[in-house]
Design a protein around this ligand. Sequence first.
Ligand code: ARG
Length: 475
Amino acid sequence: MALWGGRFSSGPDLSVAKLSRSVDFDWRLAPYDIRVNIAHVNALQRSKVLSDSDAKKIVFALKELGAQIHSGAFIYNDSDEDVHSAIERGLVATLGELGGAFRAGRSRNDLVVADFKLYLIDHLLHICEEVGALVETINGAARTQLGVMAPGFTHLQHAQPILFSHELAKHSHSLARDIERIQGWLRHNSISPLGSGALAGSPLVTSPEITAAELGFQSVTRNSIDAVSDRDFVAEALFILAMVGVHLSRIGEEFTIWNTQEFGWVTLDDAFSTGSSIMPQKKNPDIAELARGKAGRFIGNLTALLTTLKGLPFAYNRDLQEDKEPVFDSVEQLLTLLPAVRGMIATAKFNKEKIQEHVISGHSLATEVADFLVQNGVAFANAHEISGAAVAAAEKLGLQVHELSAEQLSQIDKRLTKGVLDHLSAKAAIESRNSILGTSLKSVTAQVSQLDEKIRGFSTWVQSEQKRFSGMMSA
Ligand code: ARG
């Protein structure tokens, strides 16, 4: 059913109907559209556009329709242009003329923004839960690996020894920032556009603040033109989703490398690996690779929206209908990917011997030599030179820097006294880095439990927002 037509001599050409139709994808907005419509009917009742009894009838019918949409008993058909027209068709079917009365004072322009914001609130909160669960899984792995030492890399070259738990937990920290981004998103996007109408506001909607509060929004827009044009909230959401995707891609890359025969740090569970159609022996890390690969489409979705918005005139333009599919794709793909990545990590077996095998190869204790000299009064630039000379001497002898004897060290520089030997073990190097951000056992244990606590705080926040939101749903 079309929501316009009075001035037209014919319906749209088939090619036009096909082009402009969005119901196949925007049907996802149906539950939110019902909710927004109910709040709008209440507004029309307050401004006496609808009598109490008509408003009651429409709200009842909207709730019924909502239940039928939920159960699948009501669904869009071939003649519906978008979700909004399908819902009005459903109302007219039960209420007759009255079914068309409730859209006075609002346009699809403000309606679609309200629907889309509510969809995003709902789904970003769900993504928060999934990301939080992934952080808990990674933290769990970090806790069980406490004490396992690993070579730390920069440039994918051995750099300095670290705790393997420190390595794992870094992912928890980046993902926790994504949850904070969602919190920030909600804080500044909880603004209702309703009452803006097509672009100028409506004389029939006199207290948009009440409608906003009824829907759970924190405030109401102060510029109706901006409100129907604004898709910043969509771009920001797509950025957050892309950032989560990028973080997952880095986890994917790492697990792919760790799972190689050459590294052998991790063995993936059969349920989280896949085989080859030709090579019977193969067990491939496809989940990790998909985590890496899907980042491309998340970034693509963000880019697509920003490109649509660039240079767009203000108020509503039909280009804006292109805002939805990238979001649905990013949300649905992430909600598919997150549990798989979580399962892969939860079931992974970490191979301690392999992880520890090269913890101090590649002269990765050379910094300890320099730091020892600095602690004994040598300027760092000199200390760096001396330590470099020790590495060169060790290389000549076919040794690692920590394998040099006290005599050999003191021949390189007399300030390299016997005491340096106490620093030349992976354990000593790791344990000496014991500030709040360091890699010592004490530091990492505290970091992981602090993050666990933070995640508990996030999950309380998500639950309270969901409660507020679902309270509105049943309104
Ligand atoms: N399906 C449209 C969209 O998603 C709804 C708004 C249509 N507004 C209009 N003035 N044609 O953008």
